[in-house]
Design a protein around this ligand. Structure first.
Ligand code: ZN
Ligand code: ZN
Length: 353
């Protein structure tokens, strides 16, 4: 498997004789295992999957190339590791609990070395298989958006909209939603993370929908803001400012720019339009097996974009007692620019009342 090869190159560079992986996203990335319990052990020339009897047959099905080691109270994991590894062993210092660290460091013969997000470094660049899965995850979300336009009308609650999105995405191949769906209508639109409530949607309101699904482990993420009937001139004007900022930042996506530079492009436009104080979050984030992962697309985003990264571009304006607008695309950084994975229209859609 190509990913394990790449990892082994890094292990040699970092003088690691083995690595121990149990964070679910990293474990899935290396093995394809979708169960909830198990530890991947990669040595310089072999790969093992350590799990209890509930999962041994699942590992055999899902993880070709792995040797399964069954662990139990009588055969604890550190004993199995000690039989396979001496020297140095990398562990996920951002994931292992303090309790497990104490146990492993007292029981393992190998020296434990923090991996410092080595797997996340690999995951930040998506391979062709991952890009295909991300495209499919986003295609399901785009279909759901088209569908929900016919569902949103005055009298429907935000929760009904969220539930319909989930139902639709699951019936089109998603395993679930990629985060708690945001449906924020009217004045609730001023809350950037206003998860769907019992509020009834009214004529003359904007409705912000921020949602995505999980498809074979990979997350999609999109935001559109739609009008239910005619909205005020001010909301219309805010919409146009956000859209312009979103599209200008998008046009600047290419290898070599940083997340901080993209954030600044959108932020300067919104500030010049007089709404700088109302754009209180970063422009975007990386997406993949996790809904929020590297690279950071905000003022702290010093990482340079490279082909194969997948990021979001999601400026917004939020005004208390008035409402809010956010527009979000998910974008693949390509060799010479970008490819937008979300296909839903971005001009303001006015739904019938
Ligand atoms: Zn989103
Ligand atoms: Zn997002």
């Amino acid at each position: 498997m190509k990913r394990i090869e790449t990892l082994r190159h890094k292990m040699i560079e970092q003088k690691l004789d083995a690595v121990l992986v149990s964070k679910p996203e990293n474990r899935y990335y290396l093995s394809g295992f979708t169960g909830s319990t198990g530890t991947v052990l990669i040595t310089r020339d072999e790969q093992f999957f350590l799990t209890d009897f509930r999962y041994t047959s699942q590992v055999k099905q899902q993880c070709p190339g792995y040797q399964v080691i069954q662990i139990s109270q009588a055969d604890p994991i550190y004993q199995a590791i000690n039989q396979k590894v001496t020297g140095t062993i990398g562990f996920e210092d951002d994931f292992m609990t303090v309790e497990n660290y104490g146990l492993y460091s007292s029981k393992l013969e190998a020296e434990m070395v923090p991996m410092k997000r080595l797997l996340e470094d690999l995951r930040v660049i998506k391979d062709d298989e991952e890009i295909a899965l991300m495209k499919q995850a986003q295609a399901i979300a785009d279909l759901a958006f088209e569908h929900i336009l016919g569902f949103i009308r005055p009298g429907v609650t935000e929760i009904e909209v969220a539930n319909e999105l989930i139902r639709f995405m699951k019936s089109h191949g998603a395993s679930g939603e990629s985060f708690e769906i945001i449906v924020a209508s009217g004045v609730r639109g001023a809350m950037p993370h206003g998860v769907a409530s019992e509020k009834v949607i009214q004529p003359g309101e904007l409705v912000t929908l921020d949602f995505g699904c999980v498809y074979r482990g990979y997350c999609s993420d999109m935001t559109r803001t739609v009008a239910v009937g005619q909205v005020s001139d001010e909301l219309q004007s805010i919409y146009n400012i956000v859209l312009q900022a979103q599209e200008t930042a998008l046009a600047a996506v290419k290898p070599g720019v940083t997340g901080q530079q993209l954030d600044t492009i959108a932020r300067d436009m919104i500030t010049e339009a007089g709404y700088g104080d109302y754009f209180g979050h970063g422009l975007g984030h990386g997406v993949g097996l996790e809904i929020h992962e590297r690279p950071s697309i905000n003022q702290a985003g010093s990482e340079t974009l490279r082909p194969g990264m997948i990021i979001t571009d999601e400026p917004g304006i939020y005004i208390d007692n008035l409402g809010g607008v956010r527009i979000e695309d998910i974008i693949l950084v390509s060799e010479d620019g970008y490819e937008v994975l979300s296909s839903s229209p971005k001009e303001l859609i006015v739904l019938p009342t």
